[in-house]
Design a protein around this ligand. Structure first.
Ligand SMILES: Nc1ncnc2c1ncn2[C@@H]1O[C@H](COP(=O)(O)OP(=O)(O)OP(=O)(O)O)[C@@H](O)[C@H]1O
Length: 294
């Protein structure tokens, strides 16, 4: 383990939950100075405080303490993956995703982002290389694809009921879900009569209903209005699941990711912690422009 990796992890997870040191201290019944010492590495929390921290941050205890140092912390390991269509699209992808990490996957149109997602979810197979999945795809993975997978002649509420049956989900409070998604007024409307943005909202809701540990969003905010885009990113910000998001939404993304990965010329051309980018006074947009054009 690196020096003070626990302190760094506490800072990261506290900021992710948008808690000040004082707010975290209050939740844990300790002084703010104690939090400050833990974060600087000048002291370490007792076991019971570690357990409480993992509850407040909604992460596993081993993730809190050991972060990325344990093999089983890797939820996905992609090694030298290649995929060709009429020409090579992916020429040797190496990418590891860690549990509870929130990663933005960036790249120009046609760079191969959706192809990579299709490989991860097993819809297509690589021509070479290996994909190690440390999760059960049927239960632990949920994808919001770029193209909506909706059944037009169903009513909105029926679409949700169908999802519960098809995915064999535990029964859910559909009224609450529809109200939270701002789709309650459309519950009796045919899915095909919804606007593009409303269909995107419904697709988001269906993606979240599975309560999967690993979430993938392929250009989730395309077609949404500004208010819905804001709400999407706010909702994402409350998730502690492993989350991979393909997006071109540069006006929004700076606050929401731990790590950013750039796909270019068939390889992962850059891979950086967002905190490092911000520490150099860069935004994700400027980082992206720099690496994508160099
Ligand atoms: N089924 C397919 N058959 C042939 N070529 C394909 C297929 N799927 C993707 N491609 C090609 O692979 C390349 C990468 O496509 P992909 O959709 O993965 O890019 P992307 O980075 O997701 O792009 P965008 O940002 O526009 O969604 C493109 O040149 C595309 O034409």
């Amino acid at each position: 383990m690196q020096n003070n990796s626990l302190g760094t992890q506490i800072v990261r997870l506290r900021q992710r939950q948008q808690l000040s040191q004082a707010q975290l201290a209050e939740r844990l019944f300790v002084s703010r100075q104690a939090i400050s010492k833990w974060e600087k590495g000048a002291a370490e929390p007792d076991l019971d405080k570690l357990v409480q921290l993992s509850q407040v941050f909604n992460v596993d205890l081993d993730y809190l303490v050991l972060k990325q140092t344990m093999h089983r912390d890797n939820i996905l390991v992609i090694t030298n993956v290649q995929k060709n269509y009429t020409k090579p699209v992916l020429k040797g992808i190496n990418l590891t995703l860690h549990r509870n990490e929130r990663v933005a996957l960036l790249g120009s149109n046609g760079a191969g982002k959706t192809t990579l997602v299709n490989l991860i979810i097993g819809r297509i197979q690589p021509d070479a290389g290996a994909i190690e999945r440390n999760y059960v795809p049927k239960h632990d993975l949920s994808l919001m694809p770029q193209q909506n997978l909706l059944i037009g002649p169903l009513r909105v509420q029926e679409m949700l009921e169908m999802e519960v049956k098809l995915a064999n989900l535990p029964s859910q409070n559909l009224e609450r879900l529809l109200k939270t998604a701002n789709l309650w007024d459309q519950r009796a409307q045919l899915v095909m009569k919804l606007s593009g943005g409303q269909q995107r909202k419904l697709m988001f809701l269906l993606t979240m209903m599975k309560q999967a540990r690993f979430l993938i969003f392929d250009e989730p905010t395309v077609g949404m209005d500004l208010e819905t885009i804001d709400r999407f990113w706010q909702q994402l910000d409350h998730l502690t699941n492993t989350t991979l998001v393909i997006t071109h939404d540069f006006n929004q993304i700076d606050h929401y990711f731990d790590r950013v990965v750039l796909l270019k010329d068939g390889v992962i051309a850059a891979d950086e912690q967002v905190a490092t980018i911000h520490a150099h006074n860069q935004t994700l947009a400027s980082w992206y422009r720099h690496f994508n054009h160099s």
